[in-house]
Ligand binder design. Sequence first.
Ligand SMILES: Cc1cc2nc3c(=O)[nH]c(=O)nc-3n(C[C@H](O)[C@H](O)[C@H](O)COP(=O)(O)O)c2cc1C
Length: 244
Amino acid sequence: MDKNYYLGRRSIRRFTDREVPSALLDEILEMAGRAPTCGNMQLYSVVVTRDAARRRELAALHFNQPASAGAPVLLTVCADFARFTRWCEINHADAAYDNFLSFTSAFADAMILAQQITTIAEQSGLGTCYLGTCIYNAPEIARLLELPERMVMPVACLAIGWPDGEGVATERLPQRAWVHEERYRADADEDIVSLYKVKDEYPANRPFVAENGKENLAQVFAEVRYPRAMNEEFSAKLLSWLSF
Ligand SMILES: Cc1cc2nc3c(=O)[nH]c(=O)nc-3n(C[C@H](O)[C@H](O)[C@H](O)COP(=O)(O)O)c2cc1C
């Protein structure tokens, strides 16, 4: 086990101009395709974007985040029940997968695949960064990538390339914050405050508080980075687009 890789891994948001060879990417995807999948149905698809003009269009839908604008390869990982449903229909099987339960299966499959791609790419020396904005603008991304309507949803975009720099080391909660023995342990407020000290006191996090004129890091998360109005707007947009 490569403990150094797992304990030291970090997202990379800046990439060099060096090309990612197709053969290497194919090999990574082939290996990642061995990840666990719900009922072995492989409810996912990956759209590879290398063309510069298309990358620019896609990056715009990721709000031109640096990782999206600068990566030589963007992978859009989709939850996909279209292919499997069509296979059932061709075989006169009564397929009923246009519902929320099926969506959760395909979502899980796609995210597991995305993480497997991430791990294998990083272990190959590449840098990666998830772009969660994939979900914010899922309808627009679906149109750009010509995804079949309703049954295919982009759930994770991965920016991939050769790292330009080492990225930034981030903190994590101690394991006792998120591991529970036998049954869930509801932490008292003072324990939560103590557990989150690692984030509140992490040097790289401190400037965010002052820069945003907030009193603490929780306010930066809840009121600046992921605020109510934005969460509710994108949630409504997604629900109306999915409309099971
Ligand atoms: C579902 C998901 C969505 C993410 N979306 C973004 C994003 O839109 N932009 C970005 O820069 N990083 C994004 N990230 C990366 C996280 O910010 C990053 O993993 C986290 O801050 C921890 O940093 P580390 O990966 O370097 O340890 C995302 C990660 C996940 C798992």
